[in-house]
Design a protein around this ligand. Structure first.
Ligand code: ZN
Length: 337
């Protein structure tokens, strides 16, 4: 824990009590139209005695909808009698961003997944990050943070864990991801960005995984199914959800294991213009192969800028909008494990 000052967020529900409790985190937000106001960030606790404790997040990025829908459905369906231990659910973790349908918060431009460990005296986004890292994670054994590609990207349905020096923790993260059983399972190389939820979870010694389930600024039935069934399988693996799978639950897939590491996994637009992709999701591509071209229809006689893959890789994620600026991510690429 890097910051031991107390949170200023008031949690309406008592996380130590048994039963299903629903309410809000009250994030102080004193502004012109509401002098002593607070922002209502929804939180639910479902508890049945002592046992394993899970933290489920969605809406960390507000324009990633599959997880928000899946967790709202879970909150309504899950009753304390069906579990042992506790599930805490925040379906709109960055509430202002989620209400606006934006990746980042319209209040402070905060990207929650670049804000951990947060700051109890900082912006709204920083206060939320601090609450998750300093209040919720220390009382959790497992965390699943449900992401997707949001408005600008589309991912094949994927679960991700990060390599960590703690071998025992790494093995438990891998077992959790195998239980979730998404079609694609990714190990992210050690190090890298330390302001994400996955980094926060591992700092706290919590068994952590994240997902990237679809995107394109919408909800697809296929990705929603992977989210709902994956979370239930994971809760059973944790020892929280009791009983076997429901009749509507298909048998889990054997995930395709891949890895992601370093800057080369991101292919960026070298010029502004209109992007013509020449590959699609789920293709294995070769070093030197054309990824696409960026056209400038305002100067149609000029040759387009060519974009090529720099190593043999798997196309896991692609940009959605056709219009690109220099520096926009066109593809997120994976490698053999
Ligand atoms: Zn995200």
């Amino acid at each position: 824990m890097t910051n031991r000052r107390p949170t200023r967020i008031h949690c309406e529900i008592d996380l130590a009590r048994d039963g299903k409790q629903v309410g809000y985190l009250r994030v102080p937000h004193s502004v012109h139209r509401s002098a002593y106001g607070w922002l209502p960030v929804p939180i639910v606790s479902i508890r049945n005695g002592d046992g394993p404790r899970a933290l489920l997040l969605a809406g960390n990025h507000g324009d990633e909808y599959e997880g928000q829908v899946a967790l709202a459905k879970l909150v309504r369906a899950l009753e304390p009698g069906a579990i042992r231990g506790r599930v805490v659910v925040m379906p709109m973790a960055n509430f202002p961003a989620a209400m606006a349908g934006l990746r980042t918060s319209p209040l402070d431009e905060g990207n929650l997944n670049r804000t951990f460990p947060g700051d109890p005296d900082g912006s709204v986004t920083a206060m939320l990050a601090h609450f998750i890292e300093d209040v919720l994670l220390p009382q959790s054994d497992f965390m699943i943070d449900l992401h997707s590609g949001g408005s600008s990207l589309h991912y094949l349905p994927t679960g991700m864990i990060r390599v960590t020096a703690d071998k025992a923790l790494a093995a438990r993260c891998r077992a959790l991801l195998e239980a979730f059983a998404p079609p694609h399972a990714i190990t992210i190389s050690m190090g890298g960005e330390d302001r994400t939820s996955i980094a926060a979870g591992l700092r706290a010694g919590v068994v952590t995984m994240v997902t990237e389930l679809g995107g394109s600024g919408t909800v697809s039935p296929d990705c929603l199914r992977h989210a709902e069934h994956g979370v239930r399988r994971a809760l059973r693996h944790m020892g929280i959800l009791q009983g076997g799978p429901g009749a509507d639950e298909p048998p889990p897939l054997a995930p395709r294991w891949l890895s992601i590491g370093g800057d080369r996994a991101y292919l960026y637009a070298p010029e502004p213009g209109l992007f013509e992709p020449r590959v699609d999701l789920g293709e294995w591509v070769k070093s030197g192969q054309s990824a696409g071209a960026i056209h400038d229809p305002a100067t149609p006689w000029r040759a387009p800028a060519e974009v090529t893959f720099r190593y043999d890789c798997y196309v896991l994620c692609k940009r959605v909008p056709g219009r690109v600026e220099r520096g926009d991510c066109l593809f997120h690429l994976a490698s053999a494990p």
